[in-house]
Design a binder for this molecule. Structure first.
Ligand code: ATP
Ligand code: MG
Length: 273
């Protein structure tokens, strides 16, 4: 069956029950056919490379990809495996950590707006302004009356980006609590992964259910027609890579980009010795 990306898209008005969605799932793909899926992902990545080259050459559109997940949810792996062939000149990753003192002296979108893509650019947000309605909410960093209003700000902010020529694609990498346990344990057990271990992750892990509630609200409140969320079943890394590659290629194809026109007299030109 053809891969239908609408399976993952959150439509405005959808009610989201994350506990009813299986992070182990592999819609449209036989889970035993991992090899075929990996071959297809490589093909798609080749196409993504061509499309990103066009995006950069044409310098007309802007593309913003937002990645959100629980700790060890696969944001870094996605960046590595989906975008491995793109041209670093036109692509940038912006990671949003705990805000600095300077950032905290401004509104929460200040640091985010500075990082959005310019003409021809593809920018990947590793975490994003959504932290300001996720960790900030769950860890009680601001009162409810403050974070509640942010859904409206965020919808308006993204509408602004879209109106000014940005394609906005948002991915929630949906992993299970058990999968997180295995991945965090691996960070403890494998010396080459020790550097990734952060004891702070365990504090967030204890609040897993609160995070799931917060994510469900984010998905319900901020998935719009023009800046949609996609919920990606992400326990199986190969499936996550395939699904995101499919969605990326589909979105970039839809821009119907063309190379800039050649200079008028190019046909008469030759390069002399
Ligand atoms: P990895 O998955 O490799 O651990 P990471 O994205 O978790 O990478 P870290 O530096 O470990 O990177 O963590 C960043 C931390 O910053 C996260 O715990 C995140 O919740 C927190 N953070 C991001 N934005 C905000 C914010 N606006 N307010 C408070 N905390 C934030
Ligand atoms: Mg971390």
């Amino acid at each position: 069956m053809a891969f239908d990306i609408d399976t993952f898209r959150v439509a405005p008005g959808d009610k989201i029950r994350l506990d009813k969605r299986d992070p182990q799932d592999t819609p449209h793909v036989d889970p035993d056919d991992r090899a075929a899926a990996e071959t297809r992902t490589l093909e798609l990545n080749g196409r993504l490379e061509e499309l990103q080259e066009l995006l950069w050459a044409q310098g007309k559109h802007r593309v913003l990809v937002v990645l959100q997940a629980m700790d060890a949810g696969g944001k870094d792996g996605t960046i590595k495996h989906v975008f491995e062939h793109v041209n670093p000149s036109g692509v940038r990753v912006a990671a949003f950590k705990k805000p600095s003192d300077d950032e905290l002296r401004h509104d929460y979108l200040w640091r985010v707006h500075k990082e959005v893509p310019g003409d021809g650019e593809l920018v990947i947000f590793n975490r994003s302004h959504y932290e300001d309605v996720l960790v900030v909410r769950v860890m009680d960093l601001v009162p409810k009356s403050t974070w509640k209003k942010r859904f409206g700000h965020i919808r308006a902010f993204e509408e602004l980006l879209v109106d000014e020529g940005t394609t906005v694609l948002k991915f929630f990498l949906h992993t299970s609590k058990e999968e997180q346990r295995e991945r965090l344990q691996e960070r403890l057990d494998r010396p080459e992964k020790n550097w990734k271990f952060d004891a702070g992750d365990l504090v967030h892990r204890e609040k897993w259910d609160d995070y799931m509630d917060a994510f469900a609200d984010v998905l319900e409140e901020t998935s719009t027609v023009d800046a949609p969320w996609f919920i990606i079943p992400a326990n199986r890394k190969w499936y996550r890579n395939l699904a995101i590659s499919e969605i990326m290629v589909n979105a970039l194809e839809a821009l119907e980009m063309t190379y800039p026109p050649a200079p008028a007299d190019i046909a008469e030109m030759t390069i002399s010795d």
